[in-house]
Every structure is written in structure tokens, then in C-alpha cells.
Design a protein. Structure first.
Lengths: 464, 504, 129
């Protein structure tokens, strides 16, 4: 039987040492009427080769974004993952290790987390980080809960409409049983004007607003004027100032201003772009960075540096009294994970690419996206939606329903941009195109060619 | 010459601190680079205006690829892991993480499926996920699943949010209390708080099970549900679970089960059959997915028909034609509890594990998990205090009470076990046992491993009598000795210090 | 440690020194010993109203969090704010320099339900089974 080392002799002797005859006798505490009296209705066991063959078959039934030109982004990106990361992260010593509650035998994991915390803080310009959370949606929810706790129960949270719709959905589920009111800040030309935020804060009274949430680049790919938000909030007295929560793409921070530089109190986001795969959504990790002054309210695990009895440097889980296993119903978060393996890959990514590599990746994304934008906007009927700058994604309005264009592109061997109508019903002709450092000029040329062909065919067939 | 230049013994070299990646950096050194930009691409200045550009360089590491590979390889050697060590951590189910699962789930067809693709584009993944829901439904005896939660605690929270929605829809706002046994894992009450419930503790009796009188006393019209773990955190099956469930249902309340201990009852007894309305699985425990140094996991939830409307969206629906669609058409759903579909990679690993087990094999998993735990229990019962004589299943809880009389605590025993080459068991949990040592060997451990562990534990018990100082000084065998956790809080250092800012 | 007999005690390990209509409150040597490494204290602000047997603050070690339970009801009129930076005081002088708050009692008769030093000592013995 799979993975069981016991021989018949082992079983006999071990049962004998317990004074028992059969394995069934090991369950005296289960009343007869609660015992399953039949076998589980499951398919028969399969061997390793059979399972692999089945998984090959299942894997072949996806249309992948790596083996053909793809322009799908919307929060998950095909990025360059250095080959060394797969090898190192799959080492059993990292992969099959437990949570580092016994620090003496977990210095590998603990130091890796400490380095991850350091790397993500340098990238975001923030003071402290936790060991990571599940993904960006719950990281956003946790940051809002923290803001509520820090701001002495202020209940309003202003959320830009540019924040990823998936994250906003998660946030609204999470706050349902809490006295928190989410107020949406509408976009104008795909960005959030500070003026609207200022009005909303005035209307509610600053002390009633726990946080302002801004994503940059936002879901539409547009770079928000986050420094204006920081400047706008700065004059408010500290006790009455809403926390600025920035949701950011970590790779973009290779060229874009870091949240710490424009006064963000919390910076969160998804770590998929740092050495992890789209993988149909998971697993990934959410990063959570903030000010040292909030450390006692930070969710999740935190690793700190210390010394052992002989004065050697070492690392431990610290500030554990925040967490559920100690604080129980008084914990501000119930989280009992750090996405260890994923954040390890994130740390490795930042180490392998390093200072030069990450900057080059970010620059490459921006330049390739700009190139694609210039090519696509030359196509008759294609309009831009925003005058502002973007990082690696941009929205365009097409002279045809985006969903149909997506399907037709698919038939021509190209995975198109994300049809925005799927999330915003009044944007059914709009498509969000993403480019990464792996999007070749050839791929962009192919997209341009196919899109031009699709749109001109439709144009000709429309009656005037 | 500094320490690193002197020759060393094997032990000394292992003890040398591994520098941080920053300490290994040298300005100008380059690691891995992406493809170069074609020269005719628009220059960066045209793409991003100066006011949005980064002014301070992040000061990321500057190491060569080889140096980074060595750094992480060396770090990995400073870890215990299932692959190199026995991990009898109670409540964690540290069974072998089959390599097959890594290969199966790691196919590019899965890695490069984008979460915003349409159902038609990802039929293989949806078929796999659907197959997993059928397996978990059969194992739990509860027909409706959600694979969305990213971890056990996340599954608990999702389930409690559903319970909240269920009562709100009935207009029963007053049902805002959840009963929790005093032996419960800390995530249980903390999940209640996040879901908007108050908690009320129910005592355990002298047999280590729920005290029925106390339950009756605590059960009122304000109770929405009880959260139990079965077998409980003492490894003991709640034999009165049928009565517990009836009591709750008669009082208009629901029964939630924390599935952390499912490894004890696979194919033996089903939560849906013993009156559970809603439960979560820990795939990183029962279904062998790797712990990864603290995550990722997955915590799917299984529910009965009454709670089905509240499950998160989207749901996988198999069409009559045999294809799979993702349905959002569930107006009473609690919504989404995370972005995208779920921890797909983990779900795929769990499926591969399930496929390696036929019906009798899954049952054998539990039978041998219970056999291994009882084998240890019998061997150690004379040396360590057993707080409950009630039979235990897949895990056993001892107390270091006897040893405490000699000044030796559960912590010291744990640290000394490390010197014998074993990861310590869970200590100081559950809270109802003083100086608790919770041992769960799992079914994938051989008799020789168990015998070695037993011998070490017996030796430690005798050291507690004859030379307790050895235990206080343990561990001696690792790159570090006991670490100062007080200092870590009093003088926190949570990041590597940066040099002065460098202009980008 | 011989506990001061002029103080009153609670079953949750606080002590009270009555000074007219003011109660000075701290935690006992037993509580300190149970907590081992003190790491953090959270005390209320002056002016806060507290209620007998309800939580008025928290004290943490590295591995545990304990509630500070108000032995009497009233208004917090003084807080030993120096404690936050010098938790040592609580360990070395729990009944004196380690005082935590002064409460102006709203219901002075509540004092009568507190334990004497002897009754408290007996209580501890029953806890340590």
C-alpha cells in the first residue's frame, strides 16, 4: 500500500505488544452505530505511472499562457522565473519543513524569512514586514482590520475603484460582520483623483475614516498619483489621520516610487510576480509591510534576529503574543500560516535578480507595454481610455465586443487581453492588455496583426 | 585571519553563522538578468514620468548566481524536515510528502493556466478540482464543497461566515455565540471573533471528552454553533458525538468540525454520519501536501444541503455534456474569501495523493496511524504521566508532570530530543494539560523509527532523574543553542539594517 | 516571599492597597512568577472608568497574555507610566515600585470581598494541584 512501511510481521508484533489481535480493535472509543459499515466509494488505487499519465492528460487540457503570445494580466503575470529557484525551493529541507516553532532546528527557514522580510521592506520602502499572508485580497482585508484597530475604532474605509475587483470582493466579505463601512472612490479616466478623496474625508470627518485604500498601478494598469495622496493626508493631525494603504505590484517597484517614499502606512500586494507562477491562482503569497509603531497589531508571523546562549546570531518567531495560538479569541487575526515556500521563492527571486536585474525587469515591462500601446492604438477604431502613464498594462476601447475579440484571437493562437466587461458590465468593449519582460516584439507584432485583421473584418461586415 | 579562514571540525563548520544575502553582496555584482530590450523600444522616460519614478535604489542584493545558490543550499541544511527527520508533532500530521505529487502538480499546463481565463480554457484543472470535491465529499459524508480557503484557519473562518449568514437570513441575530471546548486549537476562537461571534468555553471531563452537563448548561438560545475537533486535540474520539449533535440540533444550533484530526478516522467513521453540518479539511495534514516551512496549505470546507447556498463563489458545476463551468449564480453565497479560485497547486497535490489510495488504502492510513500512536503510548506510559486513560487514536498526549518535580519541563524534554535527532512533539498544547507533550507519529513511519524515538524518550526520562542539567542545556547538537526570545521582543530587529540611501 | 499583610488580594492575582477612597493596584509575586519573562504591559489612560472583575489592561510575557482584572470599580486617577519601559520593576518590587494604577473607588464596600494575605495563600495552594 502506498507509503506504508509496515510489514505483516510489524503489524502482528505491534498489535501483540498492545494485547490486540486486529487493527479494528484499535478503535474501541467509536460507537458501533457511528462506524462506516462499507468501503468508501472511491476509485481504485492507481500506481505512480498511472497517476502521472492522468495528470499529463489533465495538464494538456489547458490553453496555457506560456506557449503562445499572451497579453492576459489583471493581477497575475507570466514572468521570468530563474531556473535555480525551482531547484532550490523544491529541496526537501525547505519544502517538507514545518513552521519554525523550534528555532534551533529551523534556522534555515527562519533566516530565509528574515531575509524575505528585509527584501520586501527595501523594495517597498517600509519599516517592517510579516512573514507573508495567503494572497493580496486577504492581505488587504487584514490591513483594513489593522487600520480599524490602530485608529481607535474609526469605521469608514475609502476604497478606490481602481483596486483589483477580486481584492475588493474579498474585503467586502471580510468586513461583513464588523462595524466597517466601505465607501468606493470612483475613477475618472481610469485614475482616482485626490480631490474626490479629500471631499469624502471632509464629508465623513477625518476621525471617522480609518483608512484610504489606493492601488498603484491600479487594476486598469494606470499609475495613480500616490504622492498626492500622501501629501494630502500629511497635514492632518496624527490621531485623526486615516491610514494610507497602498496595494502595489512588487515588480513595478523596480522603477516606480516605493510606498514608503510617499507616506503609505501599509503596503500590501500579491507576490506571484516574484518568482511564482500564475498556476490558476495559487498558491501565491500576500506581502504585508507597515511602520514599526504598528508592530503589535500586525497579523501573521514575524521573524526577529536575536542571540543564542553562546552569543551566536540566530533567528526566532517573535511578537508571538499577537497570534491566535496565544491570544485566541482576542487575536486580531486568525491566521496560522506564512506562505513559507512562496515567500521563500519571492526572496530568492529578489536575490537572484538583485538590484540590477529587478530594475531591468521593471524597465523592460514598461517599455514593452508602451511599444504595444503605440502599435495597437494605430489600428483604426481602437481608442485609448486614459491619458495617464501606465506600467505594464493598459486598457483600450475596441470597436467590437471585447469578449468576441478574445475568442477570435484565441482561435488565431493568441491569448488576448482581459475583457473588462467580465467585471464591469458597462465596459464590454474594453480590453486590458499586459506585457511583461517576456513579451517579445514578435508577439506584439502578431497581436497587432491579428487584432487589425479581426477588427477590419468586423468593420467591413457592419452595415453603415 | 578571521574565524572563517581557520580550519574547522565538521561540527564547527556547521555551527558557523550563515551570512545574510546582504552580507554576501558586493556592489556591481550581477545575478540573473531578463532578456535585453530591443533598441527600438520607447525609452523609459517616455513611459514613466519622472515624478512617479523611484528615487532611492531599493538596495537589493548584488550576488552572483552561484553565490546565491550556495547561500540557499547552505540555509537548507540548517533545517529539520520530514525528508530528513521524524516529526511527531501532535495535531500536524507530518506524514511523508510524496515526490509524485510535486511532479504531477508541477506540469506547465497547470503552472501556466491564468486565473482569469474562462472555464472553457481550463477544463483539465476544473475536471481535477471536481474530482477532488467528490473524493472529499465521500470521505466527509457531506455533499457540498468549496476548495477556495487557503488554509485550515481560513476554512474555519469561511465556515463561520456561512453560519453567520445562515442565521442572519433566518432573522436570528441573537445567535451570536459559538461553543468551543477548552481543548480547542487557538484558531477556533480567533476565527469566531473575525466572523463576528462571541465564544463560550465548554469544559472537558475526566475522560478527556466534552462534559455533557457543562454543554447542557452552556447551550442557550444565543448559541449558533459548536466547534469541535473529532477526535479531539487529546487524540480521543468524542464517543458522545451523536448526543452532542442531537442536543445542538434540538436547540436550533449547528455542529462544526475542525478536520485537523481526520487522519485518525478515514474510512472508519464519517463526520456527516455522526451529525456534523459543516467542516474543514487540512490538506497539508491529512492529504500529505508539504508544509513548506509554514505554508502553503489548503482548507476546503464540506457542508450539508442546508448550508450549501452560502458556499463561496465561483463553484464548479459539471454540465450534462460532461464539461465544467464556473458558476457565480448563487445569490445567497457569502462571496469570495480570497482572490481567484484557490490554492490550485496544493489541491492538485492532494488529488494525486488521493489517487494513490483506493478505499481500503485510505482506511489503512488511519488504521496504521492509530497503531503507531498506540505503540508509542504503551511504550512510554510508565515513564511519562498519561493524564487520561481513555483510549487515544492517532495521537497521544502525555504530561511532563513527573519530570517537573525534578525541575525538568516539557520544553527541556523537547530540546533534548533534538540532540537525539528527532523533531520535538507539540508542547504546551492542548491547554488543559499542564506540561503537555502531544505525539502524533503518522502512518508513514516505520517501527524502527518509532523504536528509536521511544528509546530516546526513555533515555530522557532517566536523564531527568540523574542529570537534569543536561536537559536544561539542550540542544547541543545544532548550529545554535537556545535562543533569547525575550530579547527578540525587547530589542526587536526585524530587518537587516540598510546602508544609507543610495540615489537610484 | 512573605506577602504584605496590609494588602488585600484577588483570586486573579492582583493586590490592593486601600488609601482612603483610593485603591492602589498591582499584581502579586505569584503572578510574576507564572509569567516568567515580562515583555509588555498595556495600561488604561487616566480617566478611564473600570468595573470590578472586568479587564482593565494586559500584561504579556513572550509566550502568554494575561488580563489585568480590576479588583474594584471606579475611575483611574493615576497610572504608573514608567512601567512600560522598565518592566523589571514589577518583578523586583511587585508590591511597591511595581504598582500599576490608582483607582478612585465608586463602590468602596467592594473591598470587603477581597482576600486577606492568608486566604490568598490558601487559594494559590488549591491552584497548584
Amino acid at each position: 500500500m502506498a507509503y506504508l512501511p509496515h510489514t505483516a510481521e510489524d503489524r502482528r508484533e505491534m498489535l501483540k505488544s498492545l494485547g490486540l489481535g486486529r487493527l479494528e480493535d484499535l478503535f474501541p472509543g467509536i460507537p458501533e452505530e457511528l462506524r462506516l459499515r462499507r468501503d468508501l466509494k472511491l476509485p481504485p488505487r492507481r500506481s505512480e505511472p498511472e497517476i502521472l499519465a492522468e495528470f499529463e492528460h489533465l495538464a494538456a487540457r489547458q490553453s496555457r499562457i506560456d506557449d503562445r503570445p499572451s497579453f492576459l494580466g489583471a493581477g497575475s503575470y507570466r514572468r521570468f522565473v530563474p531556473a535555480a529557484i525551482d531547484y532550490l525551493a523544491s529541496r526537501g529541507e525547505f519544502n517538507t519543513a514545518y513552521t519554525p516553532y523550534q528555532p534551533e532546528v529551523s534556522q534555515g527557514t527562519l533566516q530565509a524569512i528574515f531575509e524575505y522580510q528585509s527584501l520586501i521592506c527595501r523594495l517597498t520602502g517600509m519599516e517592517i514586514s510579516n512573514a507573508s499572508l495567503y494572497e493580496a485580497g486577504t492581505a488587504l482585508a487584514e490591513s483594513v482590520f489593522m487600520a480599524h484597530a490602530v485608529r481607535n475604532g474609526a469605521t469608514k474605509v475609502l476604497v478606490s475603484e481602481g483596486v483589483h475587483p477580486e481584492y475588493r470582493r474579498v474585503l467586502s466579505t471580510y468586513v461583513r460582520s464588523h462595524p466597517l463601512e466601505l465607501v468606493t472612490l470612483p475613477l475618472e479616466s481610469c485614475v482616482t483623483p485626490w480631490r474626490r478623496v479629500a471631499d469624502a474625508i471632509d464629508k465623513a470627518g477625518a476621525s471617522a475614516v480609518a483608512a484610504v485604500v489606493l492601488q498603484t498601478p491600479n487594476f486598469f494598469g494606470c499609475i495613480e498619483d500616490a504622492p498626492a495622496f500622501g501629501k494630502g493626508l500629511a497635514p492632518l493631525p496624527e490621531e485623526g489621520r486615516p491610514l494610507l494603504i497602498a496595494v502595489v505590484d512588487p515588480v513595478s517597484l523596480g522603477v516606480l516610487a516605493a510606498p514608503g517614499s510617499y507616506g503609505a502606512d501599509v503596503a500590501v500586494g500579491d507576490g506571484q510576480g516574484l518568482g511564482n507562477y500564475p498556476a490558476y491562482g495559487g498558491p501565491t503569497f500576500g506581502f504585508f509591510t507597515t511602520r514599526m509603531s504598528h508592530v503589535r497589531k500586525v497579523p501573521g508571523r514575524i521573524v526577529g534576529e536575536t542571540k543564542d546562549r553562546d552569543g551566536r546570531r540566530g533567528y526566532v518567531l517573535t511578537f508571538q503574543t499577537r497570534e491566535q495560538h496565544i491570544r485566541r479569541e482576542r487575536a486580531t487575526s486568525n491566521i496560522c500560516t506564512n506562505q513559507g515556500l512562496l515567500s521563500l521563492r519571492g526572496a530568492m527571486y529578489l536575490s537572484f535578480l538583485g538590484e540590477t536585474g529587478l530594475r531591468q525587469v521593471a524597465e523592460s515591462c514598461a517599455r514593452r507595454a508602451r511599444h504595444a500601446f503605440e502599435q495597437l492604438t494605430k489600428i483604426p477604431g481602437v481608442e485609448t481610455l486614459t491619458p495617464g502613464p501606465f506600467f505594464c498594462e493598459f486598457p483600450l476601447r475596441l470597436p467590437a465586443p471585447a469578449e468576441e475579440v478574445y475568442d477570435e484571437l484565441g482561435r488565431r493562437g493568441v491569448i488576448g487581453g482581459f475583457p473588462l466587461g467580465r467585471v464591469f458590465p458597462d465596459r464590454s468593449r474594453e480590453m486590458l492588455f499586459a506585457c511583461t519582460e517576456l513579451t517579445t516584439a514578435g508577439a506584439i507584432a502578431k497581436l497587432e496583426m491579428e487584432l487589425r485583421a479581426i477588427l477590419s473584418t468586423r468593420g467591413n461586415s457592419r452595415s453603415r | 585571519m578571521d574565524e572563517n579562514d581557520s580550519p574547522s571540525t565538521r561540527l564547527e563548520s556547521e555551527r558557523r553563522a550563515e551570512p545574510t544575502i546582504f552580507e554576501l553582496s558586493r556592489p556591481g555584482r550581477v545575478g540573473v538578468l531578463p532578456p535585453e530590450c530591443e533598441p527600438d523600444l520607447p525609452p523609459l522616460e517616455e513611459c514613466i514620468p519622472d515624478k512617479f519614478r523611484r528615487k532611492d535604489a531599493p538596495q537589493l542584493p548584488e550576488v552572483s548566481e552561484l553565490e546565491a545558490v550556495r547561500h540557499y543550499t547552505r540555509l537548507s541544511t540548517r533545517n529539520f524536515s520530514i525528508d530528513n527527520t521524524f516529526y511527531p508533532l501532535g495535531s500536524c500530521t507530518m506524514k511523508y510528502n510524496p515526490r509524485l505529487n510535486e511532479v504531477a502538480a508541477g506540469k506547465p499546463g497547470f503552472l501556466y493556466a491564468h486565473p482569469m481565463q474562462k472555464a472553457e480554457e481550463v477544463q483539465g484543472i476544473l475536471e481535477a478540482m471536481h474530482a477532488l470535491t467528490e473524493i472529499l465529499a465521500e470521505v466527509s459524508g457531506l455533499p457540498h464543497l468549496s476548495l477556495q480557503p487557503a488554509a485550515g484557519a481560513h476554512g474555519e473562518l469561511t465556515a463561520l461566515m456561512m453560519v453567520k449568514a445562515y442565521y442572519l437570513e433566518k432573522g436570528a441575530k441573537e445567535r451570536d455565540v459559538v461553543l468551543i471546548p477548552d481543548s480547542a486549537h487557538g484558531t477556533n476562537p480567533s476565527s469566531c471573533t473575525i466572523a463576528g461571534f462571541r465564544t463560550r468555553e465548554v469544559k472537558s471531563n475526566g475522560e478527556g471528552t466534552v462534559d455533557m452537563e457543562d454543554l447542557r448548561a452552556k447551550l442557550g438560545p444565543d448559541v449558533a454553533a459548536m466547534m469541535i475537533t473529532n477526535p479531539n486535540t487529546l487524540g480521543i474520539f468524542e464517543s458522545k458525538i451523536g448526543s452532542i449533535s442531537s442536543l445542538l440540533h434540538e436547540a436550533g444550533a449547528l455542529l462544526y468540525m475542525d478536520g485537523a484530526n481526520m487522519n485518525a478516522i478515514l474510512g472508519v467513521s464519517r463526520p456527516g454520519d455522526f451529525g456534523v453540518d459543516i467542516m474543514h479539511f487540512n490538506l497539508h495534514k491529512t492529504f500529505s501536501t508539504p508544509h513548506g516551512g509554514g505554508g502553503p496549505g489548503a482548507g476546503p470546507i464540506a457542508v450539508n444541503a442546508a448550508l450549501e447556498p452560502y458556499l463561496p463563489v465561483p463553484r464548479i458545476v459539471k454540465s450534462p455534456q460532461g464539461s465544467y463551468v464556473l458558476s457565480e449564480d448563487h445569490p445567497r453565497s457569502i462571496g469570495k474569501v480570497r482572490s481567484y479560485f484557490g490554492n490550485t497547486g496544493i489541491l492538485l497535490r492532494a488529488l494525486a495523493y488521493a489517487m494513490a489510495h483506493g478505499p481500503k488504502d485510505l482506511r489503512a492510513v488511519s488504521e496504521y496511524a492509530v497503531l503507531n500512536a498506540n505503540y508509542i503510548r504503551a511504550a512510554l506510559a510508565s515513564a511519562y504521566h498519561l493524564p487520561y486513560v481513555t483510549p487515544s487514536l492517532h495521537e497521544v498526549v502525555f504530561s511532563a508532570k513527573k519530570q517537573k518535580q525534578r525541575g525538568v519541563r516539557a520544553l527541556d524534554i523537547a530540546k533534548r530530543l533534538i540532540d537525539f535527532g528527532f523533531h520535538p512533539p507539540t508542547i504546551y498544547f492542548p491547554l488543559i494539560v499542564a506540561e503537555a507533550l502531544m505525539i502524533e507519529p503518522t502512518e508513514t513511519e516505520s517501527r524502527e523509527t518509532l523504536d528509536g524515538f521511544i528509546r530516546a524518550m526513555l533515555r530522557i526520562a532517566s536523564e531527568a532523574e540523574t542529570s537534569p542539567q543536561t536537559l536544561h542545556e539542550a540542544p547541543q547538537s545544532q548550529p545554535v543553542k537556545r535562543l533569547d526570545e525575550v530579547n527578540a521582543v525587547k530589542t526587536p530587529v526585524l530587518v537587516c539594517p540598510c546602508e544609507a540611501p543610495v540615489t537610484a | 516571599m512573605a506577602r504584605p499583610t496590609n494588602l488585600k488580594y484577588t483570586s486573579t492575582h492582583e493586590w490592593v492597597r486601600v488609601e482612603g477612597d483610593v485603591a492602589v493596584v498591582g499584581i502579586t509575586d505569584y503572578a510574576v512568577e507564572q509569567l516568567s519573562d515580562l515583555a509588555f504591559i498595556d495600561l488604561p489612560e487616566k480617566g478611564t472608568m473600570v468595573e470590578k472583575d472586568k479587564r482593565f489592561g494586559e500584561i504579556e510575557s513572550t509566550k502568554s497574555v494575561s488580563d489585568l482584572i480590576a479588583p474594584v470599580s471606579g475611575e483611574i486617577i493615576a497610572v504608573n507610566s514608567g512601567l512600560a519601559d522598565d518592566l523589571q520593576r514589577i518583578s523586583s518590587s511587585p508590591f511597591d515600585d511595581g504598582w500599576m494604577v490608582r483607582i478612585r473607588m465608586s463602590k468602596p464596600p467592594e473591598v470587603s470581598s477581597l482576600l486577606s494575605a492568608d486566604a490568598y495563600a490558601s487559594h494559590i495552594l488549591t491552584q497548584d494541584h
